[in-house]
Design a protein around this ligand. Structure first.
Ligand SMILES: Nc1ncnc2c1ncn2[C@@H]1O[C@H](COP(=O)(O)OP(=O)(O)OP(=O)(O)O)[C@@H](O)[C@H]1O
Ligand SMILES: [Mg+2]
Length: 366
């Protein structure tokens, strides 16, 4: 098999509460279940990603904060294994102070990249959960990542935020990280039936289509499919320290994130010429998904257990370190990577002639 470099994606949106953490955790967990080695980096002082996976950064040895501030801290000591193939670099509230404490440090934008380089060979996919701001922490993510994924809602104002974010990515790609691209948009809490969201999605599709060949960092970006439907199970899972696959593996949210993650893996490996058979797990999952979607539709129309009942049945594990048994249980496919079917053309090259092209404005939907 050709050597595939790690796909390193920063989940960024300066707007809060749009689905960054939920997407990072659940896409990461789904990729790990396909047998790829995944590292999730919690770059948010709110530490929601760590809590979502049942890791309390305050009660464990080292965190991202130590890696930023303590030259003697070792990245191996900060990484926590939470499930089969799924590691995290946890955060704590201390991280909020890092931006100020590092204000006079030379090369402060590359601290995370330098630390990550020590373990680069150990991972196939790295997903970074960023805080809802474009400060030093997010800059460190942008200097490490190969691409930006933008979780967002299909609302008009969110599109204006996207324009600003694209401008930021363009600036970084012109200086600090020339390799940086925009991978695409993940539509979170998606209202499939709303006319407004349909209009916004159409605008987004058109915007990205028109950017093809522009040489801009988003020339190959797209709206990633499927959109993640609004599903209360996704909001409940974090209080148990569980991914959506631990908590309700066939709910609509799990189905959407699993399908999206499979495409995310397949697209990357095909782009790097991996062609070693059939994408077996994806095919199995796709057929199971069809059955499960039917079941989910049927279940959604019947009343489900109240949150209070659920809490007594499944104990929250917020402040406990995850157990090895849970790791083993959550692994859908153990360690061996699952091959995929056919090669795909390499990502489009940037040409210097098109690099200066002005970014297109995202239009307001009428
Ligand atoms: N598809 C969904 N359906 C229902 N609830 C969702 C969905 N996606 C996310 N949520 C919930 O919405 C809230 C915000 O999501 P999340 O924490 O992932 O956003 P965020 O962008 O990481 O927020 P922040 O900017 O504060 O870090 C959370 O309570 C989460 O559980
Ligand atoms: Mg978050």
């Amino acid at each position: 098999m050709p050597k595939v470099p790690p796909r390193i994606a920063a989940f960024i949106n300066q707007k809060g509460g749009v689905g960054k953490t939920t997407s990072t955790v659940n896409i990461g967990a789904a990729i790990a279940s396909l047998g790829r080695r995944v590292l999730l980096i919690d770059l948010d002082p709110q530490a929601h990603l760590s809590l979502h996976l049942g890791v309390d950064g305050a009660s464990i040895g080292q965190t991202v904060y130590d890696l930023f501030l303590d030259p003697d801290a070792r990245i191996e000591d900060a990484i926590v294994k939470v499930r089969a193939n799924l590691d995290i670099l946890p955060s704590t509230v201390d991280l909020a102070a890092a931006e100020m404490e590092l204000a006079n440090t030379a090369d402060r934008n590359f601290l995370l990249k330098r630390r990550f380089d020590e373990v680069r060979d150990q991972y196939d996919f790295v997903l970074i959960d960023c805080p809802p701001s474009l400060g030093l922490l997010t800059l460190n993510a942008l200097c490490l990542a190969g691409e930006v994924i933008v979780p967002m809602q299909a609302h008009f104002l969110a599109m204006q935020g996207l324009s600003k974010l694209l401008e930021t990515v363009k600036l970084i790609s012109q200086g600090l990280n020339p390799a940086l691209k925009v991978g695409g948009v993940v539509l979170c809490m998606h209202e499939t039936q709303s006319t407004h969201s349909k209009e916004v999605v159409a605008e987004l599709d058109q915007f990205f289509e028109e950017s093809v060949g522009s040489g801009l960092p988003w020339a190959n970006a797209k709206v990633l499919r499927p959109a993640i439907r609004r599903n209360i199970k996704l909001a409940e899972a974090p209080s148990f320290g569980q991914t959506i696959f631990d908590y309700a593996e066939w709910c609509p949210g799990a189905i959407d994130y699993r399908t999206l993650a499979e495409r995310f893996v397949r697209e990357w490996e095909r782009a790097h010429g991996v062609d070693s058979g059939t994408f077996r797990a994806a095919q199995v999952a796709e057929s199971t998904t069809m059955v499960a979607e039917e079941n989910a539709r049927a279940t959604e129309s019947t009343p489900s257990a109240s949150p209070a009942q659920t809490v007594t049945e499944q104990k929250p594990v917020l402040s406990k370190a995850p157990k090895a048994e849970r790791a083993a249980k959550s692994a859908v496919v153990e360690s061996a990577p699952i091959p995929i079917d056919s090669p795909r053309s390499a990502p489009q090259e940037l040409s210097s002639a098109t690099l200066s092209a002005e970014p297109k404005q995202i239009r307001r939907s009428s």
